[in-house]
Design a protein around this ligand. Structure first.
Ligand code: PLP
Length: 330
């Protein structure tokens, strides 16, 4: 099986840059959902703690409980509590969800400011606050999420304005947060209580040129080992479907990274590594062939190499990497 290396220096470098933008270490909430964007939940939790991160954001209650030893504060985006922990807060994603939380649960209220995905509507604030009180929940914060922080156009600013309106109407003393990575870097006037940072910490943020960008370093690399090599004569066709036929005699090796490990199959026939090593034919379940005889092949050290080939986003490339792959901190 292929394996993953996690570059600790790059991660810490990114966190240093993020802390400059939030103006405080304590305002960074590292987003660790989806196995820390494929990097490995416990590996990244450990490194984050070592650097001095105290806050984390995850999707599920199970993820939250797995990382309680590492953080002071954990926000669950989309789940209800199975067991109590004083460190864990839960997001309310709609008005009717309030009754699902047991009395005494620490909660944060999400508001829909224009993405139209999760959160109470802007005009539901009063009824939400009433229901939260009736249900005996402890409201600690309010949040929203941007749908277009990494896109040009007006929506980003409209959402920002809407969140400012909500903040003005909300009770005092709550924690307010709206920024993901793109929003945090888009403006230099960050003044909220916390930023929920994922992709920037992992070093694979992709912003349009017009939006001020920043140099971050990708944390994760994927390496594959050679399983076998052969010298094939001109005319040979390689792999399932025989889609790659040789115009000249070539050395082709098979490596242990396939779509079952998270190599997006759409890269078949078209992917080339940053070292110029070309893929040969279709990606199989557990392996893929390349025009190379290297013992160990670096498939990528920047997920954006794959996402641009696959016409997708780095998030999908990273979260496709299976939890079973070995992860090593270097
Ligand atoms: C995933 C997520 C984030 C992190 O987004 P990045 O673009 O990776 O920084 C922040 N907030 C919410 C609600 C999310 O779902």
């Amino acid at each position: 099986m292929a394996y993953i290396t996690l570059n600790k220096n790059h991660f810490f470098y990114n966190l240093d840059i993020i802390a400059k933008q939030t103006k405080s270490k304590d305002k960074i909430a590292l987003v660790l959902k989806d196995n820390a964007y494929g990097h490995g939940l416990l590996e990244m939790a450990g490194l984050a703690q070592e650097w001095g991160i105290t806050k984390a954001v995850v999707q599920s209650d199970a993820e939250a409980h797995a990382i309680t030893p590492y953080f002071q504060y954990i926000l669950v985006l989309a789940d209800t509590p199975q067991k109590f922990s004083e460190k864990i807060r839960y997001t309310i994603n709609e008005l009717n969800a309030i009754e699902k939380f047991p009395r005494g649960t620490l909660v944060e209220l999400k508001v829909n400011t224009g993405m139209n995905r999760n959160g109470i509507e802007m005009d539901e604030l009063e009824s939400a606050l009433e229901k939260i009180e009736q249900q005996g929940l402890i409201l600690e914060g309010m949040l929203t999420h941007h749908g277009c922080a990494d896109e040009l156009g007006d929506v980003y600013q409209q959402q920002k304005d809407n969140f400012a309106k909500i903040k003005a109407k909300a009770p005092q003393g709550l924690r307010f947060h709206s920024c993901n990575s793109a929003a945090l870097f888009r403006d230099d006037d960050f003044n909220e209580d916390m930023a929920r940072v994922g992709i920037a910490a992992y070093g694979c943020m992709d912003l349009p040129e017009e939006i001020k960008s920043v140099e971050l370093k990708p944390v994760l690399s994927v390496f594959a080992d050679r399983l076998s090599s052969r010298v094939l004569p001109k005319g040979s066709c390689i792999g399932y479907g025989g889609t790659a036929c040789l115009e000249q005699e070539s050395v082709v090796s098979n490596y242990n990274f396939g779509y079952g490990d998270g190599f997006l199959r759409i890269c078949s026939g078209v992917f080339t590594t940053f070292e110029g090593v070309k893929i040969a034919g279709r990606i199989s379940m557990d392996n893929s062939s390349f025009f190379s005889d290297k013992e160990r092949l670096c498939i990528f050290k920047d997920a954006r190499d794959v996402s641009s080939t696959a016409q997708t986003i780095s998030y999908e490339v990273l979260t496709s990497l299976k939890p079973g792959l070995k992860r090593e901190i270097v």
